[in-house]
Structures are given as structure tokens and as C-alpha cells.
Design a protein. Structure first.
Length: 329
């Protein structure tokens, strides 16, 4: 039996589809039936409705220990995809509780139930910080606690520490650190929300860059790592380092829409995140842009995928081509 946490998100739902398609006996946890519908919708998007019925759903929450008891019954392998993604400073406590404490709970259950292997979905946000003599970020790049990191990045870094702690206690595990994950569905979450804004006429762009990867590549690599002899390793998962403007242009061209045409300079972005902070305080609403996110939109960090390519001999889907394909959904 394979257990998937976060099965109602972009990665988790695609992972469930991939596992079921390949004949795995799969269980997934959910917090409410509304979230399950999101996964059902994704299966329908791929015209795989019949496969959705093969998933064994168990209501549980990674921060509710008693609820996890039933979820872990007769489980051999675990894919921990569940996480809270937010860049609103008001969510700091909840982010850390969900991502760090929740991961700690999963690790403890894996050890207690003698799970054969755990695969944890982290993020490139949890990778280290480049030093002056370094050119690209790898799995070995050191985290600098003196530098500014988002609450989300800190929570993912803390979650990885829990994974390493589990490994020291005898748990076999692998960590994947994906870049921005693109895929169909989930238009109100993660990269889907960003791309949906572009399709809806967002006029602004920046010239920063980051690593991108197709969600289908993420799940294939996760399963390959779990089924391999590899353990106690982490892997950067990015297909390409791409400038945001180029990604936006590909989306709008494929959708036959007008590309963003107003360049946001770093100075303008500094003003915008402060305005967003002011209005969120006055109106008591969630932040849509924080300082760390605003400044990262101008970052040109390069991420290396050499380790996963060497380990699995994996060939990534070209991002521009994949974007064109998912625009058809």
C-alpha cells in the first residue's frame, strides 16, 4: 500500500493519477470533501474518471496525530506532498506548524510503522544561498541563516531537518526540491494562480529568472527514486532556468493573448509590496505580495539539475512545449 499526503494539490493529484495508472494500491488523506473534488476534477481533465474510484481516501490531517493512525495502516511507502504555501506574514505560525510539525508527525509514523521508504516534496526555496565564488545552486549549497528567507522557505528548511532526523533514526528517505511546478488545473493555487493572472491580462513583467519543471516530470522522478536503491539524498528538480518574461510570453502567445508589456523595476516593486502591506492591514485581508517574494522576482539564481540527471539519466520535458500543451486543457 502506498500513502500520499497532499493528494488534493497539484503534485499530489498528479502523483495519485500516475500511481493508479501504474497499478499501485493507493491511499490518500484528505481534510474535507471539497478538497477531494479538486482531485476528481483533475482526473476528469485527463479523462481518467474511472481511475479516481480506485483511490482509498482517508480523512486525516498531518497535524492531527490520532487521525493519522488509520491512514498508516498496512502502508509500505509514503509520499509526503502536503504543505501550506503562503507568503503572508500573518500565516507564519500556521505555516511552520503545518510544514515542520506536520512533517515531524509523518516521519514519526514512518519510523513507528517501519515504512520502507519516504519521499518528501520540499522546494528550491529550502536550498542554500550562493557565495561570491559560486555560480549555481546545487544540493550541497549551504543555507545561510543570516540572509533573509521567506517564512515558507524557513518552514521547508525546517521540514527537511525533520527528514534528516528520521534518517538518523533508521528511516530510508529521499527529498526532492522542485522549482516552480507547472501543470494543468488548480488555477487558484501556486503557479496556476500566476499563470491564470497572465491569461486574464496581467500587464506587468520582471526580468528575474528561476527554475521551472513540469508536474509530470516531478511525479515520475519521485516514483523512480522510491523504486530505486537511492536513499538519504536530496535532489534539485528543475528542467530549465527561465526568465519570467519569457514564460509569460509563451503563455500569452499560446493563448493568443496580449503579452505583459509594462516592466516593473525593482524600485517600483519595492513600492508595490509596501502598498500591499498597508492595504492588507487596513482591510484586514491576506497579503498578495510580500517583501521576499517581490525581491525574488528579480533574482537570477541558477539551479543545477546535474545530480538527478546523473542518478536517473532523466530527460526533462521542455518547458515551452509543455506550457503550450497545457494551454489546450
Amino acid at each position: 500500500m502506498v500513502l500520499v499526503t497532499g493528494g488534493t494539490g497539484l503534485v499530489g493529484s498528479h502523483l495519485l493519477l500516475y500511481l493508479v495508472e501504474n497499478g499501485e494500491n493507493v491511499r490518500a488523506i484528505y481534510r474535507n470533501t471539497e478538497n477531494i473534488q479538486k482531485t476528481n476534477d483533475l482526473f476528469s481533465l485527463y479523462k481518467k474518471e474511472a481511475l479516481f474510484k480506485k483511490i482509498n481516501w482517508v480523512q486525516a490531517d498531518i497535524i492531527d496525530i490520532p487521525s493519522l493512525e488509520k491512514a498508516f495502516e498496512n502502508v509500505d511507502y509514503v509520499y509526503h506532498c502536503a504543505a501550506l504555501i503562503s507568503f503572508d506574514p500573518k500565516d507564519e505560525e500556521l505555516i511552520r506548524k503545518t510544514n515542520i510539525e506536520g512533517t515531524s508527525n509523518i516521519v514519526n509514523f514512518c519510523i513507528d510503522k517501519s515504512i520502507k521508504k519516504l519521499c518528501f516534496v520540499s522546494s528550491i526555496a529550502a536550498l542554500g544561498d550562493l557565495k561570491d565564488h559560486e555560480n549555481s545552486i546545487t544540493e550541497e549549497t549551504e543555507w545561510n541563516p543570516e540572509k533573509t528567507h521567506s517564512d515558507y522557505a524557513i518552514s521547508k528548511y525546517g521540514a527537511e531537518i525533520e527528514i534528516w532526523r528520521g534518517q538518523q533514526e533508521g528511516l530510508d528517505a529521499v527529498i526532492v526540491n522542485p522549482g516552480i511546478i507547472i501543470g494543468p488545473g488548480f488555477k487558484e493555487q501556486g503557479s496556476g494562480k500566476l499563470f491564470n493572472n497572465v491569461k486574464n491580462g496581467m500587464p506587468f513583467y520582471t526580468k528575474g529568472s528561476t527554475g521551472f519543471i513540469a508536474v509530470t516530470d516531478v511525479v515520475k522522478i519521485m516514483v523512480a527514486l522510491v523504486n530505486s536503491e537511492t536513499k538519504n539524498e536530496r535532489f534539485v528538480l528543475i528542467a530549465e532556468n527561465i526568465v519570467f518574461q519569457d514564460v509569460f510570453n509563451t503563455i500569452t502567445k499560446a493563448s493568443k493573448l496580449k503579452a505583459p508589456s509594462i516592466y516593473l523595476s525593482p524600485f517600483m516593486m519595492e513600492i508595490l509590496w509596501r502598498i500591499d502591506c498597508l492595504f492588507s492591514t487596513i482591510l484586514n485581508q491576506k497579503r498578495s505580495l510580500d517583501k521576499t517574494t517581490a525581491r525574488s522576482s528579480f533574482s537570477n539564481n541558477l539551479y543545477s539539475n546535474e545530480k538527478i540527471k546523473t542518478t536517473l539519466g532523466f530527460e526533462f520535458v521542455a518547458i515551452n512545449q509543455y506550457l503550450k500543451e497545457i494551454m489546450l486543457f
